[in-house]
Design a protein around this ligand. Sequence first.
Ligand SMILES: O=C[C@H](O)COP(=O)(O)O
Length: 255
Amino acid sequence: MTERPYVVGNWKMNGTRAMLSEARAIDRSSQRLMKVEVALAPPFTLIHAVHKEAAQLAIGAQDCHTDEDGARTGDISAAMVADAGAKFVILGHSERREGHGETDALVRKKAEAALAAGLRLIICCGESEQVRDAGAAEDFVTTQLRGSLPDSIEDAGANLSVAYEPIWAIGTGRTPTVSDIGAMHRAIRALLVERFGEDEGAAIRILYGGSVNPDNANELLAADEVGGALVGGASLAAESFLGIVVAAAEVADKA
Ligand SMILES: O=C[C@H](O)COP(=O)(O)O
């Protein structure tokens, strides 16, 4: 891990105002760990409150609509989450691809809308267990990512991160081997360099996500081409999330 690691908490559909104390605790402690860029994606309902109460933390959304505004009952636009204080958006998470039928083309349109609203992107990709067992994981993930990325992104190194999240590792306590993570991240890096050029492609951080916790973070974050973590369950409590942030700082120190 050569660049400043990026550790992002994804609260998914968890969190009421009672959890603001966790966000404040993450904010306070992460200020002491400047080597790591720490960010949090609470549910839409908490974006503004977390933005106000955890002032140093980058706040993001977990999705956005392709349109800027209009008759879209229940949807939320990129401009709206930006107005609430979000600086980035997670797009193409497998839970949205599976649960809401999101295609690569839709993820790409959302990404274009988010960039137009001034948001940075975290674009997710990852294979199912069946795909991995069939030996087709790298092909699947690179095809999925190729279809989900906008053609061009201004300052892609700063405005884009990719999160590799094998679906079978999300919330299961199972993780790929360090060698498998490295192989997948190298394949993703090659795609990013091909799409965005040598310099920008090399600067884009590729996060690993799937059952990262304070005990395995040191090992997983040290895998080849891993630039940080997208953390679900372990981000819900400040103590465990900060354990991962500390591990990221240690790995960066050794790099
Ligand atoms: O967005 C986060 C990932 O889906 C990982 O979730 P997890 O850390 O609970 O496995």
